[in-house]
Write a protein that binds this ligand. Structure first.
Ligand SMILES: Cc1ncc(COP(=O)(O)O)c(C=O)c1O
Length: 398
């Protein structure tokens, strides 16, 4: 026999469950995760089940209720939250819309955003400002990446009229993790008896990457998706609504899933966060997300996965920092899986990303701040990081 055969490591075997990882070095988990084969299979099986037993029948209707319950339970257990707090949505933005439009805004109320929020969420705030004559302002958090105190900055920007603060747990552009619990405490201590300042967290980048306990975290609303760091199918996300915040918002999009059966007269909302669910959805995705979450659990606890993410992002950060023409935005190792960097030699970030994609390395650019973002997951390999750094070096000489 010739050649040296080394048995695949546990991580290499684990990665074999993700078909998308076989032909590329993937660094876009903050955009969309790589679906495990078990999710694809579960989705297909669920579609087949519906056709075989219905599609519309008493038995399929009962099965759908059970699928939704199991999915809320799987999500709630990963997030450290009671199952009654979970609303199933399509994505992060729908969850943010539920919380933001749900407030009974009055002219002169104030909504505070950070300067690192996603454009889709900023657009919701702007439209609320226009329709209800609400004041929207932005506080400068981006500059606290390497020094400064984001909690103090948010506290300084609270007003007597502030009703809602919208912030991201893990900033999608710079990769900073905000101290949500501390920020919630600051908002609570600024709240007056009748006017509570509510906190909505955009959890697009934190769910599936940070270990979480939403009950301890204290935020009122936490909007997330299954299709990024959880590697579930696109089209399924959720919103956590803290039990004591549920009456502070009203459903805006309304349908049969949110009301009690046989309700007559005015709508009678379901008692828990299910009141924000609307109507018919792509139910087979539920099994797909549960299968993705189970795949991660097979590898390790969320604390173990997070530690592995941090080890890998530190390795990438170190390797990039050694390149003369690259500057990482973080001056110390990243706090999670997002590593953002700039080219200091004037070359175009867009062209670099295009070049890397031709070499089968997938990353993206960010426009504010203008940078390139690479995301590593717990199953990213050192070899992939080495390959990426080698390609970036070769682009520089090309
Ligand atoms: C911070 C943040 N918020 C919101 C979104 C939008 O996510 P979705 O398409 O799930 O609504 C993204 C997507 O990249 C994001 O990074």
């Amino acid at each position: 026999m010739t050649g040296i055969y080394s048995a695949p490591t546990r991580l290499e075997r684990h990665r074999q469950q993700f078909p998308a990882l076989t032909n590329k070095a993937y660094f876009n988990f903050g955009g969309q995760g790589t679906l495990p084969q078990a999710s694809l299979d579960a989705i297909q099986k669920a579609y087949e089940y519906i056709q075989q037993h219905g599609p519309f029948s008493a038995s399929v209707n009962g099965w759908i209720i059970e699928e939704a319950n199991q999915t809320r339970m799987a999500i709630a257990s990963e997030l450290g939250a009671p199952v009654e707090t979970i609303t199933l949505t399509e994505d992060v933005t729908v969850g943010c819309n539920i919380a933001m439009w749900g407030i009974d805004w009055q002219p002169g109320d104030h909504l505070l955003l950070t300067d690192c929020e996603h454009p889709g969420i900023v657009a919701i705030a702007q439209e609320i400002a226009r329709r209800f004559k609400v004041e929207v302002s932005t506080c400068p958090i981006m500059d606290t990446l390497n020094q400064g105190d984001p909690t103090a900055i948010i506290a300084q920007h609270l007003q007597k009229t502030t009703r809602l603060v919208v912030l991201s747990h893990l900033l999608w552009n710079t990769g900073q993790v905000l101290p949500v619990q501390e920020i919630v405490d600051a908002c609570r201590s600024h709240s007056t008896g009748s006017q509570m300042i509510r906190v909505l967290v955009d959890a697009a980048q934190s769910v599936g990457s940070l270990p979480l306990n939403l009950t301890e975290l204290g935020a009122d609303f936490y909007a997330f998706t299954g299709h990024k760091w959880w590697c579930g199918p696109e089209g399924l996300g959720g919103l956590y609504v803290r039990p004591d915040a549920i009456e502070s918002i009203s459903p805006t999009f309304i349908g049969w899933r949110g009301i009690l059966p046989n309700a007559t007269g005015k709508p009678s909302w379901k008692p828990d966060a299910q009141r924000f669910e609307v109507a018919t959805s792509a139910y087979p995705l539920y099994a797909g997300l549960r299968a993705a979450i189970a795949t991660h659990q097979q590898w390790g606890t969320h604390q173990e996965r997070y530690e592995q993410i941090c080890q890998m992002s530190e390795y990438l950060w170190q390797r990039l920092s050694q390149l003369e023409f690259v500057r990482c935005l973080c001056t110390s190792p990243p706090q999670a899986g997002l590593v953002s960097f700039v080219l200091t030699n004037g070359q175009s970030h867009q062209q670099l990303v295009q070049f890397l994609e031709q070499q089968s390395c997938m990353l993206r650019t960010i426009y504010n701040p203008n940078c390139v973002r690479a995301c590593v997951h717990y199953f990213t390999l050192r070899q992939e990081v080495d390959q990426l750094v080698k390609e970036i070096e070769s682009y520089q000489v090309a």
